[in-house]
Design a protein around this ligand. Structure first.
Ligand code: BDR
Ligand code: CA
Length: 312
Protein backbone atom coordinates (compact mmCIF):
# COMPACT_ATOMS: atom_id res chain seq x y z
CA UNK A 1 0.00 0.00 0.00
CA UNK A 2 0.92 3.65 -0.47
CA UNK A 3 2.26 5.30 2.70
CA UNK A 4 -0.07 8.24 3.22
CA UNK A 5 0.10 11.33 5.44
CA UNK A 6 -3.19 13.23 5.63
CA UNK A 7 -2.87 16.95 6.38
CA UNK A 8 -6.29 17.96 7.60
CA UNK A 9 -8.63 20.44 9.34
CA UNK A 10 -11.41 18.02 10.43
CA UNK A 11 -14.09 19.02 9.42
CA UNK A 12 -16.97 16.85 8.24
CA UNK A 13 -15.77 16.05 4.73
CA UNK A 14 -12.26 15.58 6.14
CA UNK A 15 -13.72 12.95 8.50
CA UNK A 16 -15.33 11.20 5.52
CA UNK A 17 -12.03 11.16 3.62
CA UNK A 18 -10.07 9.91 6.64
CA UNK A 19 -12.56 7.10 7.40
CA UNK A 20 -12.48 6.11 3.71
CA UNK A 21 -8.68 6.03 3.85
CA UNK A 22 -8.74 3.84 6.99
CA UNK A 23 -10.95 1.41 5.08
CA UNK A 24 -8.79 1.30 1.95
CA UNK A 25 -6.25 -1.49 1.39
CA UNK A 26 -4.56 0.71 -1.23
CA UNK A 27 -3.11 3.00 1.47
CA UNK A 28 -1.47 2.79 4.86
CA UNK A 29 -2.15 5.99 6.82
CA UNK A 30 1.14 6.67 8.62
CA UNK A 31 0.18 9.98 10.21
CA UNK A 32 -2.31 12.79 10.46
CA UNK A 33 -1.01 16.36 10.50
CA UNK A 34 -3.36 19.10 11.57
CA UNK A 35 -4.04 22.62 10.36
CA UNK A 36 -6.48 25.47 10.95
CA UNK A 37 -9.31 25.97 8.47
CA UNK A 38 -12.72 24.55 9.28
CA UNK A 39 -11.70 24.88 12.94
CA UNK A 40 -8.64 26.26 14.76
CA UNK A 41 -5.59 24.04 14.91
CA UNK A 42 -6.01 22.70 18.50
CA UNK A 43 -9.57 21.63 17.66
CA UNK A 44 -8.32 20.00 14.46
CA UNK A 45 -5.86 18.01 16.58
CA UNK A 46 -8.56 16.96 19.10
CA UNK A 47 -10.78 15.90 16.21
CA UNK A 48 -7.96 13.85 14.69
CA UNK A 49 -7.72 11.96 18.01
CA UNK A 50 -11.49 11.38 18.01
CA UNK A 51 -11.23 9.82 14.53
CA UNK A 52 -8.31 7.57 15.56
CA UNK A 53 -10.27 6.34 18.57
CA UNK A 54 -13.36 5.71 16.44
CA UNK A 55 -11.24 3.65 14.06
CA UNK A 56 -9.33 1.82 16.80
CA UNK A 57 -6.14 3.15 15.23
CA UNK A 58 -4.74 4.98 18.24
CA UNK A 59 -1.20 3.97 17.23
CA UNK A 60 -1.20 6.36 14.27
CA UNK A 61 0.68 9.53 15.21
CA UNK A 62 -0.91 12.98 15.07
CA UNK A 63 1.45 15.91 14.49
CA UNK A 64 0.01 19.30 15.23
CA UNK A 65 0.59 21.95 12.60
CA UNK A 66 0.72 25.70 12.29
CA UNK A 67 -1.82 27.90 13.98
CA UNK A 68 -1.00 30.98 11.94
CA UNK A 69 -0.39 31.56 8.25
CA UNK A 70 2.99 31.48 6.55
CA UNK A 71 3.20 35.24 6.94
CA UNK A 72 2.34 35.01 10.64
CA UNK A 73 -1.31 36.04 10.68
CA UNK A 74 -3.15 34.22 13.42
CA UNK A 75 -6.24 32.68 11.93
CA UNK A 76 -9.49 33.62 13.51
CA UNK A 77 -11.85 32.80 10.63
CA UNK A 78 -13.34 29.32 10.98
CA UNK A 79 -16.06 27.66 8.91
CA UNK A 80 -18.40 27.04 11.86
CA UNK A 81 -21.41 27.77 9.64
CA UNK A 82 -20.44 24.78 7.44
CA UNK A 83 -18.96 22.31 9.96
CA UNK A 84 -20.25 23.51 13.38
CA UNK A 85 -18.14 25.14 16.09
CA UNK A 86 -16.65 21.74 16.98
CA UNK A 87 -15.95 20.82 13.34
CA UNK A 88 -18.22 17.77 13.72
CA UNK A 89 -21.63 19.38 13.23
CA UNK A 90 -22.08 20.42 16.90
CA UNK A 91 -22.41 16.82 18.05
CA UNK A 92 -20.45 17.19 21.33
CA UNK A 93 -18.08 14.26 20.80
CA UNK A 94 -16.20 13.13 23.92
CA UNK A 95 -12.59 14.32 23.96
CA UNK A 96 -9.94 11.61 23.67
CA UNK A 97 -6.97 11.95 26.01
CA UNK A 98 -3.51 10.49 26.14
CA UNK A 99 -2.76 9.61 22.52
CA UNK A 100 0.65 9.96 20.89
CA UNK A 101 1.37 13.54 19.91
CA UNK A 102 4.29 14.16 17.53
CA UNK A 103 6.43 17.24 17.15
CA UNK A 104 5.31 19.78 14.62
CA UNK A 105 3.62 18.76 11.39
CA UNK A 106 6.20 20.21 8.98
CA UNK A 107 9.04 18.42 10.79
CA UNK A 108 7.04 15.17 10.83
CA UNK A 109 6.53 15.40 7.06
CA UNK A 110 10.24 16.03 6.44
CA UNK A 111 11.24 13.20 8.80
CA UNK A 112 8.93 10.69 7.10
CA UNK A 113 10.20 11.68 3.63
CA UNK A 114 13.78 11.27 4.84
CA UNK A 115 13.03 7.87 6.37
CA UNK A 116 11.04 6.55 3.39
CA UNK A 117 12.42 8.35 0.32
CA UNK A 118 10.16 8.06 -2.72
CA UNK A 119 7.43 6.30 -0.73
CA UNK A 120 5.43 9.04 0.99
CA UNK A 121 2.20 10.41 -0.45
CA UNK A 122 0.58 13.48 1.13
CA UNK A 123 -3.11 14.27 0.90
CA UNK A 124 -3.60 17.94 1.82
CA UNK A 125 -7.19 18.69 2.84
CA UNK A 126 -6.78 22.14 4.42
CA UNK A 127 -4.79 25.36 3.93
CA UNK A 128 -1.25 24.66 2.70
CA UNK A 129 0.77 26.23 5.54
CA UNK A 130 2.24 22.95 6.86
CA UNK A 131 3.28 21.88 3.36
CA UNK A 132 4.93 25.26 2.73
CA UNK A 133 6.78 25.04 6.06
CA UNK A 134 7.96 21.50 5.23
CA UNK A 135 9.34 22.78 1.90
CA UNK A 136 11.16 25.53 3.77
CA UNK A 137 12.70 22.99 6.17
CA UNK A 138 13.83 20.79 3.28
CA UNK A 139 14.18 22.42 -0.12
CA UNK A 140 14.73 18.99 -1.74
CA UNK A 141 11.42 17.65 -0.44
CA UNK A 142 10.17 17.29 -4.01
CA UNK A 143 12.82 14.68 -4.71
CA UNK A 144 11.76 12.40 -1.89
CA UNK A 145 7.98 12.86 -2.01
CA UNK A 146 6.02 10.37 -4.13
CA UNK A 147 2.99 12.63 -4.60
CA UNK A 148 1.16 15.61 -3.13
CA UNK A 149 -2.59 15.55 -3.77
CA UNK A 150 -4.26 18.83 -2.81
CA UNK A 151 -7.93 19.66 -2.35
CA UNK A 152 -7.95 23.27 -3.43
CA UNK A 153 -8.89 25.98 -5.85
CA UNK A 154 -11.68 26.60 -8.31
CA UNK A 155 -10.31 26.87 -11.82
CA UNK A 156 -13.20 27.23 -14.28
CA UNK A 157 -15.98 27.89 -11.74
CA UNK A 158 -16.52 30.27 -8.83
CA UNK A 159 -15.00 29.67 -5.43
CA UNK A 160 -16.95 28.73 -2.30
CA UNK A 161 -15.79 31.47 0.10
CA UNK A 162 -16.55 34.13 -2.48
CA UNK A 163 -16.66 34.12 -6.29
CA UNK A 164 -12.85 34.21 -6.45
CA UNK A 165 -11.60 31.86 -3.77
CA UNK A 166 -11.91 28.28 -2.57
CA UNK A 167 -11.70 27.85 1.22
CA UNK A 168 -8.40 25.96 1.57
CA UNK A 169 -6.48 28.30 -0.72
CA UNK A 170 -8.20 31.30 0.88
CA UNK A 171 -7.01 30.08 4.30
CA UNK A 172 -3.38 30.83 3.41
CA UNK A 173 -2.99 32.25 -0.11
CA UNK A 174 0.73 32.97 0.28
CA UNK A 175 1.41 29.37 1.36
CA UNK A 176 -0.53 28.07 -1.64
CA UNK A 177 1.29 30.34 -4.08
CA UNK A 178 4.59 29.22 -2.57
CA UNK A 179 3.74 25.49 -2.73
CA UNK A 180 2.57 25.77 -6.36
CA UNK A 181 5.95 27.34 -7.16
CA UNK A 182 7.98 24.47 -5.68
CA UNK A 183 9.18 21.49 -7.74
CA UNK A 184 6.82 18.95 -6.16
CA UNK A 185 4.84 16.04 -7.66
CA UNK A 186 1.60 18.01 -7.22
CA UNK A 187 -1.91 16.92 -8.21
CA UNK A 188 -4.59 19.57 -7.65
CA UNK A 189 -8.20 18.50 -7.13
CA UNK A 190 -10.31 21.69 -7.42
CA UNK A 191 -14.00 22.41 -6.83
CA UNK A 192 -14.53 21.92 -10.57
CA UNK A 193 -14.48 18.16 -9.93
CA UNK A 194 -15.46 17.91 -6.26
CA UNK A 195 -18.80 19.64 -6.88
CA UNK A 196 -19.61 16.88 -9.37
CA UNK A 197 -19.28 14.23 -6.62
CA UNK A 198 -22.18 14.29 -4.14
CA UNK A 199 -24.05 12.10 -1.68
CA UNK A 200 -27.78 12.69 -1.31
CA UNK A 201 -29.65 13.21 1.96
CA UNK A 202 -31.14 9.74 1.50
CA UNK A 203 -27.72 8.14 1.00
CA UNK A 204 -26.39 9.87 4.12
CA UNK A 205 -29.33 8.70 6.24
CA UNK A 206 -28.82 5.16 4.96
CA UNK A 207 -25.23 5.22 6.25
CA UNK A 208 -26.57 5.18 9.81
CA UNK A 209 -26.09 1.65 11.13
CA UNK A 210 -23.47 0.80 8.50
CA UNK A 211 -20.67 0.11 10.94
CA UNK A 212 -18.94 2.55 13.26
CA UNK A 213 -17.89 4.87 10.43
CA UNK A 214 -21.31 4.94 8.81
CA UNK A 215 -23.14 5.81 12.03
CA UNK A 216 -20.59 8.44 13.06
CA UNK A 217 -20.54 10.09 9.64
CA UNK A 218 -24.33 10.02 9.34
CA UNK A 219 -24.61 11.80 12.71
CA UNK A 220 -22.04 14.55 12.07
CA UNK A 221 -23.30 15.15 8.53
CA UNK A 222 -26.79 16.49 9.49
CA UNK A 223 -25.36 19.97 10.01
CA UNK A 224 -23.34 19.86 6.77
CA UNK A 225 -26.40 18.70 4.82
CA UNK A 226 -28.49 21.55 6.27
CA UNK A 227 -25.84 24.01 5.09
CA UNK A 228 -25.96 22.59 1.54
CA UNK A 229 -29.77 22.70 1.52
CA UNK A 230 -29.93 26.26 2.82
CA UNK A 231 -27.01 27.87 1.00
CA UNK A 232 -26.47 25.74 -2.12
CA UNK A 233 -30.08 24.72 -2.64
CA UNK A 234 -29.21 21.02 -3.09
CA UNK A 235 -30.48 18.01 -1.13
CA UNK A 236 -26.99 16.51 -1.05
CA UNK A 237 -23.49 17.25 0.19
CA UNK A 238 -20.37 17.83 -1.85
CA UNK A 239 -17.67 15.22 -1.33
CA UNK A 240 -14.77 17.68 -1.48
CA UNK A 241 -12.12 15.96 0.63
CA UNK A 242 -13.24 12.37 -0.17
CA UNK A 243 -12.93 13.16 -3.88
CA UNK A 244 -9.34 14.26 -3.32
CA UNK A 245 -8.75 10.97 -1.49
CA UNK A 246 -10.26 9.13 -4.46
CA UNK A 247 -7.58 10.80 -6.60
CA UNK A 248 -4.96 9.06 -4.44
CA UNK A 249 -6.35 5.56 -4.94
CA UNK A 250 -8.24 5.86 -8.24
CA UNK A 251 -6.42 8.54 -10.27
CA UNK A 252 -7.74 7.13 -13.56
CA UNK A 253 -11.24 8.37 -12.68
CA UNK A 254 -9.94 11.90 -13.28
CA UNK A 255 -8.86 13.80 -16.38
CA UNK A 256 -5.54 15.45 -15.55
CA UNK A 257 -4.34 18.58 -17.34
CA UNK A 258 -0.88 20.10 -17.19
CA UNK A 259 -0.95 23.61 -15.74
CA UNK A 260 1.10 26.34 -14.11
CA UNK A 261 -0.53 27.96 -11.09
CA UNK A 262 -0.50 31.30 -9.33
CA UNK A 263 -2.58 32.43 -6.36
CA UNK A 264 -3.60 36.04 -5.77
CA UNK A 265 -2.40 36.98 -2.29
CA UNK A 266 -4.10 40.35 -1.81
CA UNK A 267 -6.97 42.53 -2.93
CA UNK A 268 -10.57 41.52 -3.52
CA UNK A 269 -9.44 38.38 -5.34
CA UNK A 270 -7.14 37.15 -2.54
CA UNK A 271 -7.11 33.35 -2.56
CA UNK A 272 -8.03 33.05 -6.23
CA UNK A 273 -6.13 30.30 -8.04
CA UNK A 274 -5.37 31.10 -11.67
CA UNK A 275 -4.17 28.26 -13.88
CA UNK A 276 -2.29 28.52 -17.14
CA UNK A 277 -3.60 25.27 -18.59
CA UNK A 278 -1.61 23.45 -21.28
CA UNK A 279 1.84 24.25 -22.61
CA UNK A 280 1.09 27.61 -24.14
CA UNK A 281 3.88 29.57 -25.76
CA UNK A 282 3.29 33.12 -24.60
CA UNK A 283 4.83 35.95 -26.59
CA UNK A 284 6.69 37.23 -23.55
CA UNK A 285 7.40 35.85 -20.08
CA UNK A 286 4.74 36.33 -17.41
CA UNK A 287 4.20 35.48 -13.75
CA UNK A 288 3.28 31.88 -14.72
CA UNK A 289 6.10 31.12 -17.18
CA UNK A 290 8.72 29.96 -14.71
CA UNK A 291 6.36 27.89 -12.61
CA UNK A 292 6.64 24.10 -12.44
CA UNK A 293 4.01 22.00 -14.14
CA UNK A 294 1.35 20.56 -11.85
CA UNK A 295 -1.42 18.15 -12.76
CA UNK A 296 -4.90 19.62 -12.35
CA UNK A 297 -8.07 17.51 -12.38
CA UNK A 298 -10.54 19.32 -14.62
CA UNK A 299 -12.91 16.41 -15.10
CA UNK A 300 -14.03 13.36 -13.18
CA UNK A 301 -16.22 10.30 -13.45
CA UNK A 302 -18.55 10.95 -10.47
CA UNK A 303 -20.19 7.55 -10.84
CA UNK A 304 -16.79 6.00 -10.19
CA UNK A 305 -15.96 8.20 -7.19
CA UNK A 306 -19.33 8.12 -5.35
CA UNK A 307 -19.69 4.35 -4.85
CA UNK A 308 -15.99 3.99 -4.03
CA UNK A 309 -16.34 6.48 -1.18
CA UNK A 310 -19.73 5.22 -0.02
CA UNK A 311 -18.64 1.60 0.27
CA UNK A 312 -15.52 2.54 2.21
C1 BDR B 1 -12.60 22.56 1.53
O1 BDR B 1 -12.80 23.51 2.57
C2 BDR B 1 -13.20 22.85 3.75
O2 BDR B 1 -14.38 23.42 4.26
C3 BDR B 1 -13.48 21.43 3.39
O3 BDR B 1 -13.12 20.57 4.46
C4 BDR B 1 -12.65 21.20 2.17
O4 BDR B 1 -11.34 20.80 2.50
C5 BDR B 1 -13.62 22.79 0.45
O5 BDR B 1 -13.45 24.07 -0.09
CA1 CA C 1 -10.79 20.04 4.73
Amino acid sequence: PKKLIIDTDPGIDDAMAICAAFNSPEVEVIGLTTIFGNVRTPTATSNAFILLKLAGKEQIPVAEGASSTLSGLSKTRVADFVHGTDGFGNTSQAAVQGLRHEKNAAQFIVDMCTRFPGEIHILALGPLTNIALACQLDDKLGQSLASLVILGGAITINGNVNPAAEANIFGDPAAADYVFGRPLPTYLVPLDVTTQCKLSGTELTAMNGCGAYGSFLASITHFYLEYHRRVMGIDAVYLHDPTAFAAVILPDLFTWSRARLRVLTEGIGAGMTIADVGDKKWNSPNAWSERPIVQVALNVDPEGVRPAILER
